[in-house]
Design a protein around this ligand. Structure first.
Ligand SMILES: [Zn+2]
Length: 427
């Protein structure tokens, strides 16, 4: 293997004099070992096919490696008194090259070694070198070596993102805190990906297509409040809707929970804490598998009655403003008459008629329909409240302040009539 780079030979004998600097030449650099184990660097260029030899053993006074990750280094020689400035190198190749100079082991010839046993030794040397690298680089280097079969990958810098090719075998991928505005298209094409962590970026949009059946998605700390209506169609993609079980939407300044999320059939863990959500749609009660829900640190003043339909193992409601538990009983005979459309929508929901064939706008309206405290979907928009103990909503509850909170609902005809008659009896 050869190192392809740009090379400038800076002659230090003329240091301080106004000698024009040599221009960078595209070179192929190799290190050869003589019979007496002495290393020589050969720099071949287009205009010098035979190459210029630079003796390395006992001749290198210093190597400057501060910018190795940018593909640059400088080798200072005694004879001739010069700096060899290498740039535009492949980072991994450059590290192997420098290690070769320092240890005398011919790591660079690993791929075209003639002797099989020598190749084996070189592989060992490579592994030793990888082990000696800092962890972030190790992940990158290891991923290069195991590119064809790796299943897990963590990208820690933009440079790694550019230089790393994603293997189709990837099952878990983490690309956190890189300031990305979109999920790279190559990620959308990974067919086996199950876990994706893109937290702490600047995402304002989500892919329109996605190849894999994703089970876990971490979108914490992005800017999805700046998304458009098409963004959330991601969650309506059949493979996402039928597979996603864990979703983290923490810290996105969301004003409401997007309705598409309420159609995720396998969703079991949902974190929407630290957003600006005022209300949940009643269809949250239709998430059959939801077990762990975190709605803490939003601006909720009441919960939808349909929270009582969920079978939650854990619920966190801290940091909201349930502090005014006023029981507004709206039985005053002035309730507005629902439109025919809303009555029809209520019928569709209550009879579980397949609404996927209906226009998108009607489907949205269906999901926003109110429920009565008997859980029947109603056409009415009149809001009433009951007070409910937080502890009744999940096996484990995290809350602050009052142990009771407001839940809103809209009465169905039956419940309203029985409420009026019970009031009359009281009178
Ligand atoms: Zn009712």
């Amino acid at each position: 293997m050869k190192l392809i780079c740009d090379l400038v030979v800076n002659n230090l004998q003329y240091a301080g004099l106004s000698v024009p600097k040599n221009r960078a030449k595209k070179c192929q650099v190799s290190v050869i070992k003589s019979s007496n184990n002495e290393l020589t660097m050969v720099a071949q260029s287009a205009d010098n096919k035979n190459g210029i030899n630079y003796k390395l053993t006992g001749n290198v006074t210093q190597t400057f490696e501060k910018f190795v990750l940018e593909g640059k280094c400088t080798i200072r020689l005694k004879k001739p008194l010069a700096d060899l400035i290498l740039s535009k190198c492949d980072v991994m190749q450059l590290r192997l090259f420098l290690k070769t100079i320092q240890t005398g082991e011919d790591l660079l010839s690993g791929s075209n070694s003639q002797a099989a046993n020598k190749k084996g030794n070189n592989e060992d040397s490579r592994k030793r070198l990888i082990d000696s690298l800092p962890s972030s680089q190790k992940k990158l280097k290891l991923s290069n070596f195991n590119e064809k079969c790796r299943t897990k990958l963590i990208i820690l810098s933009k440079k790694e993102l550019i230089t790393t090719s994603f293997s189709q075998t990837l099952v878990e991928l983490q690309i956190p805190d890189l300031g990305l505005s979109m999920i790279p298209p190559s990620v959308s094409r990974l067919a086996k990906l199950q876990t994706l962590d893109v937290s702490g970026n600047n995402l304002t949009d989500l892919p329109r297509t996605f190849s894999s059946k994703l089970t876990s998605l971490n979108l914490k700390g992005n800017q999805l409040d700046r998304s458009n209506s098409k963004t959330w169609r991601f969650f309506s993609l059949p493979n996402i809707r039928n597979s996603l079980s864990l979703l983290n939407l923490q810290e996105n300044r969301l004003p409401a929970l997007p309705l598409e999320i309420l159609s995720l059939e396998k969703l079991s863990t949902l974190n929407v804490s630290h957003n600006k959500i005022k209300k949940f749609a009643s269809s949250i009660g239709d998430l059959p598998r939801l077990r762990d829900l975190d709605v803490s640190h939003n601006v909720l003043s009441s919960l939808d009655i349909s929270f009582k339909m969920l079978k939650l193992a854990s619920l966190d409601v801290t940091g909201n403003s349930f502090s005014h538990p006023v029981d507004k009983q709206g039985v005053n005979g002035t309730s507005s008459v629902p439109s025919l459309k809303r009555i029809a929508c209520a019928l569709v929901r209550n009879h579980r008629i397949n609404h996927n064939i209906l226009p998108k706008t009607v489907q949205e309206e269906l999901l926003l329909m109110r429920r009565c405290k008997c859980f029947k979907v109603v056409g009415s928009t009149d809001e009433q409240y009951i007070i409910n103990s937080v502890k009744n909503l999940a096996q484990t509850c995290v809350f602050d302040g009052t142990t009771h909170l407001r839940m809103h609902y809209s009465s169905c005809n039956g419940c309203e009539k029985s409420q009026i008659s019970s009031l009359r009896r009281l009178i």
